[in-house]
Design a protein around this ligand. Structure first.
Ligand SMILES: Nc1ncnc2c1ncn2[C@@H]1O[C@H](COP(=O)(O)OP(=O)(O)OP(=O)(O)O)[C@@H](O)[C@H]1O
Length: 280
C-alpha cells in the first residue's frame, strides 16, 4: 500500500468513506480526521451509520468506497486481522467475550497475534512457548489491574457483573497496545456511577497509555465529560463537528435527534439539562 502524507498530528484520516447495503446508503462520503492523543466522540440518532463507519475502518465490512489512512499508511482493503496488527483495536456494541473462559484468558486472546512461537511450539508446549505464555499472562494481569478488575482474573467471563465485562473487553483491546482504541457504546447499560468510572478509565487510557480513543456513545453526560471533539452523524453523513460546547448548542444537532425543527425552547432545555448535568 502506498504511503500517504497526512499532518503528523492526525493519527487516523478517513476520506469519502461510503457503504451501501443493497439500495441503502448507510454511510455517505464521510470525512473524519482524528487528532493523535485525543478522545473523539461520534454521536447521532439510531441508524445514522456510526457503527457501520467503525465496521468499515476495522474491516469488519468492506467499504463501497473511500480511503482510511492510519499513521500515514493506507489500511482500507486490508483484512481485519492486518488492520488490527497495524494498531487499531475495538470493542463492540454488545459485549463479545468468551463466556466460558476466565477473565485473564480472555485478555490473553488479545495477545495471540503477538506470540511468535510456531504452531508445533504451542502443541508441544516447548520452553519457548511456556516463556511466552508466562509473559503474556503477566501483561494480561497488568491490564486487568489497569482497568480496575484484578480480582476477577480467575472468574469466568459469564459470571462477571455486566460493568466488569465491559472493562474486560477494554482490557482485551488494550493489551495489544493499539495506536487507536475504538469503543462502540461503552457506557450502554451502565448506571450513572459506572458511567463516571468509565470516564475516568478513558482519561487514563489517553493520558497514561497515550492511546487515541474514538467512541460512539449515546450517553451525553459521558460524551460531554470526555470528548475533545465530537462528530455528529445523521442519515449516513457528517452533520457537523466541533467541541462539546459548540455541539450542545447547535440547533441542527438537536433537530437531528428530535426528528423535527428545534425551537428556541428546545435549545434552552438542552442548555439547562447540560448545566444540571455538569454540576451533578
Ligand atoms: N449488515 C447490514 N446489512 C444491511 N443493512 C445494514 C447492515 N448494517 C447496518 N445496516 C443499516 O445501515 C444503517 C446504519 O446502521 P448503523 O448500525 O451503522 O447505525 P448506528 O448509527 O450505529 O445506529 P445505532 O445508534 O442504533 O447503533 C441502518 O439503516 C442499518 O439498518
Amino acid at each position: 500500500m502506498p504511503e500517504i502524507a497526512t499532518p503528523s498530528d492526525v493519527v487516523l484520516d478517513v476520506r469519502g468513506l461510503t457503504k451501501n447495503f443493497g439500495g441503502l446508503a448507510a454511510v455517505r462520503a464521510v470525512d473524519l480526521s482524528i487528532e493523535r492523543g485525543s478522545v473523539h466522540a461520534i454521536i447521532g440518532p439510531n441508524g445514522a451509520g456510526k457503527t457501520t463507519v467503525f465496521n468499515c475502518i476495522t474491516a469488519f465490512v468492506k467499504p463501497s468506497g473511500g480511503t482510511v489512512v492510519l499513521d500515514g499508511a493506507r489500511i482500507d482493503g486490508l483484512p481485519a486481522h492486518v488492520v488490527a496488527a497495524h494498531g487499531i483495536a475495538r470493542t463492540y456494541q454488545n459485549v463479545r467475550l468468551f463466556a466460558n473462559m476466565t477473565a485473564i484468558e480472555n485478555v490473553m486472546v488479545g495477545l495471540h497475534r503477538r506470540l511468535s512461537v510456531s504452531f508445533w511450539g504451542v502443541v508441544l508446549r516447548t520452553p519457548a512457548f511456556r516463556h511466552e505464555e508466562d509473559a503474556a499472562r503477566e501483561q494480561s494481569r497488568a491490564m486487568l489491574d489497569f482497568v480496575g478488575i484484578p480480582h476477577r482474573a480467575g472468574t469466568l467471563a459469564r459470571n462477571m457483573p455486566y460493568g466488569d465485562q465491559r472493562r474486560l473487553e477494554i482490557a482485551r483491546a488494550l493489551v495489544s497496545r493499539p495506536t487507536v482504541l475504538m469503543l462502540d457504546e461503552p457506557a450502554a447499560g451502565m448506571n450513572p456511577a459506572e458511567g463516571v468510572a468509565l470516564v475516568h478509565l478513558i482519561e487514563r487510557i489517553r493520558s497514561e497509555l497515550g492511546i487515541t480513543v474514538i467512541l460512539i456513545e449515546h450517553h451525553m453526560r459521558v460524551v460531554m465529560a470526555i470528548a475533545d471533539r465530537i462528530t455528529v452523524f445523521d442519515r449516513g453523513a457528517v452533520l457537523t463537528e466541533g467541541t462539546p460546547a459548540e455541539i450542545q448548542s447547535d440547533e441542527r444537532v438537536i433537530t437531528a435527534y428530535l426528528g423535527r425543527r428545534a425551537t428556541a425552547a428546545d435549545v434552552r432545555t438542552v442548555e439547562r439539562l447540560s448545566e444540571e448535568e455538569s454540576v451533578a
